[in-house]
Design a protein around this ligand. Structure first.
Ligand code: GCW
Length: 669
């Protein structure tokens, strides 16, 4: 049967090699589980389903193990706390011929069950298993930008997966697969609606629907959050104001929060986009982001939930630098946020660009808990037609050193809470899920959901390992094929950057839909929604000068970072035009002029897409025919559009450089 991708990385196809299947037999005679807890039941059933698929074998369950050769699920709530195993963590080891999956919590056992299945799915031996694993980040969360009307903002995989018109009476079985997929990679939180939020989600009508979703997700360890509209006290409550310091407004939020808990007792909390891109917020009443966030935190005080407040704010100032604005608005508030507030910061200071330096807020807020916001959905990264594996991009940001507390103060250490000893820690990813049969549109986009979850659990995993796991679980266990696919994935982000935004250019996508090139965009509703605002091409050169000569955004970083990026002679080429306005004829470290290097990268990007196509073509006999054809068609689109990007940008920038396209450019390989 052809694989339509609907089962994601949990497809549990029969392992082809009979010998390998046999090697698992001595450990899969039974599953022992003492309690009938729902989460443990789910873990047991997952193991049974997985092993039936992978090994073709029905596994019985028993209450207690009396012989060896089985899998024992063990919750030990009283296990002594140890430094390296948290409540959600687990251990997997062999003892007296049994495999023990042990945790302090049921959810930890479920995570361990998925880890055991992953070991089999990726072809590992079970003979001497010894795994100890704990999540590095506490809240590992998907942010859905899904609207009440079924559309998804920046969604490229069909309409919303949440069927608001059916809930709560019909609960789509896909919610269960969604929960399983998330639990399998350790995601434990989800905000179910768009941050450009409709107040409707706080009405009793919708709370009943959200409750139905929360009830499905709960036994998988997933908490539900709601994105809220700051004006709700007015729109829903009929109050005259939504001023966060107004007692009636505060009372309204206190009551609303209590009401939500009647539906969802373990409610995760609120996610808020305020005073950003036209959304309402505390500044409408002369108050600060902290005033707004703290009001909601106060409403949350009797409960376990938290408030996540986004830092994605910027003004329409033609002479300003958007790069600095989040920092500027939030820096004076460091230390004034309630401990229940996490400020969620996008990985870069502009907006999920194909390649962006880390946000200067990371490392600069010792007294505020900062969370990471990545975008899994590929708004600026080819949506669902370009193959772009994002783990290397996520890692590039996480592994960068902020030098905030000396060398080794990576972004990862800021957001996992270890640098400043934060009580909470958060990594959020804007989801790429939709109603498409395969959930994510491009079959390879599934790997970005997978990679996000794995990195939120453990940011020290390598992009290579994550790719290898995903390929083995999803496409093939055959080593040579896996290697070729992995090679395609690992090269894909640099290739995409090469034919769209080389050398640190930014934001020149087609207006509002953000698909395809529009570097010439000079007029828009706002000056900072044009392309010319970002690339600054003129007769002298290209790039946004963020040194002391112009915006001085570089000053927001530690001196060591400033040193790394502040000198155009030493700045890595991938970031060059983020920080410098470089003359067209300036010789770069590659020996080429800026203009020649720019052309080289655009041309080479196109050649590389051709290479991706050739590699994929060579795998025709080795991957599922439906997935093969699906990816092949999308690569064809990618090829066409890489040419479109190249020609649009080279011809447009050539108007300024007045220099000819250099020859010879990278020859086709
Ligand atoms: O990237 C921009 C998107 C908007 C989005 C906004 C945000 C939800 O173009 O669609 O709105 O970011 O992150 O708030």
């Amino acid at each position: 049967l052809a694989d339509d991708g609907s089962r994601l990385w949990l497809n549990y196809d029969l392992i082809k090699d009979a010998k390998q299947r046999e090697s698992y037999a001595p450990f899969t005679k039974f599953i022992a589980v003492a309690s009938d807890n729902q989460t443990l039941k789910i873990a047991t059933e997952e193991l049974q389903t997985g092993l039936l698929g992978l090994l073709g074998k029905k596994i019985v369950t028993v209450k207690t193990a009396t012989t060896s050769g089985g899998i024992i699920l063990n919750v030990n709530k009283n296990a002594p706390s140890s430094a390296n195993i948290s409540n959600e963590g687990y251990e997997i080891y062999t003892e007296k011929g049994n495999i023990i999956i042990s945790s302090k919590s049921e959810t930890g056992v479920l995570y361990g069950a998925f880890e055991l299945l992953r070991a089999i799915q990726t072809g590992k031996s079970l003979a001497k298993l010894s795994i100890t694993s704990s999540p590095k980040v506490k809240i590992r969360m998907l942010n859905h930008w899904d609207n009440a009307n079924g559309t998804v903002e920046r969604g490229y995989a069909g309409s919303s997966m949440w069927k608001w018109n059916e809930l709560p009476h019909r609960v789509d079985p896909r919610y269960v697969l969604y929960a399983r997929a998330n639990a399998s990679i350790g995601i434990n939180a989800t905000s179910i609606n768009n941050v450009n939020a409709s107040s409707r989600f706080l009405t009793a009508e919708y709370l009943e629907k959200i409750k139905a979703v929360a009830d499905v997700l709960r036994p998988y360890g997933i908490k539900v959050f709601i994105s809220v509209n700051f004006r709700s006290p007015r729109t829903l409550g009929g109050l005259k104001t939504s001023d966060p310091l107004d007692p009636e407004v505060r009372k309204w939020w206190n009551d609303k929060t209590k009401e939500i808990h009647q539906y969802i007792p373990d409610f995760g909390g609120y996610l808020v986009k305020a005073n950003s891109e036209g959304e309402p917020g505390p500044q409408d009443y002369g108050r600060t982001h902290a005033d707004g966030a703290n009001m909601l935190a106060e409403a949350m005080r009797p409960f376990s939930g938290i408030v996540i407040w986004r830092a994605f704010v910027y003004n329409a100032d033609p002479n300003g630098d958007r790069f600095k604005e989040g920092y500027a608005q939030f820096k004076p508030l460091d230390g004034t946020f309630d401990p229940k507030v996490i400020v969620q910061v996008k990985n870069g200071p502009i907006d999920f660009m194909p390649r962006e330096p880390f946000h200067p807020m990371f490392g600069a807020f010792p007294k505020t808990t900062l969370g990471m916001e990545f975008q899994i959905t590929q708004e600026y990264l080819g949506q669902s037609t370009h193959l772009t594996y994002l783990a290397p991009m996520f890692k590039e940001c996480l592994d960068t050193d902020t030098y905030a507390k000396g060398q080794g103060s990576t972004v990862a250490k800021v957001i996992d809470g270890s640098l400043y000893n934060a009580q909470y820690s958060l990594m959020a990813g804007v989801a790429n899920t939709g109603s498409d049969v395969n959930w994510c549109g491009h079959p390879f986009n599934q790997s970005n959901w997978y990679a996000f979850g794995r990195l939120a659990w453990d940011h020290t995993l390598s992009s290579e390992q994550i790719a290898s796991e995903w390929i083995r679980m999803t496409l093939t266990q055959a080593k040579p094929t896996e290697q070729k696919i992995s090679d395609m994935m690992l090269k894909s982000h640099p290739i995409y950057v090469s034919y769209t935004y080389p050398l640190g250019t930014s934001h020149m996508m087609g207006e509002s839909h953000h698909y395809g090139p529009e570097p010439w965009l000079a007029k828009s509703a706002r000056p900072d929604w044009t392309s010319v605002y970002y690339h600054r091409a003129d007769s002298v050169g290209l790039g946004f000068d963020r040194t002391g000569k112009l915006s001085n955004a570089l000053q927001l970083y530690s001196p060591e970072v400033q040193q790394k990026w502040g000198n155009p002679e030493q700045c890595p080429l991938d970031y060059l035009l983020w920080f410098h306005h470089v003359p067209w004829s300036k010789k770069l470290s590659t020996g080429r002029s800026l203009w020649d290097e720019l052309c080289e990268r655009y041309y080479d990007g196109v050649v590389q897409v051709g290479n991706l196509q050739k590699t994929w073509e060579s795998l025709k006999a080795d991957v599922d025919p439906e997935i093969f054809e699906n990816v092949k068609g999308r690569l064809k689109i990618q090829e066409k559009e890489a040419l479109w990007w190249r020609d649009a940008c080279v011809l447009y920038f050539g108007e300024y450089s007045k220099m000819p396209i250099p020859k010879p450019l990278t020859p086709p390989q």
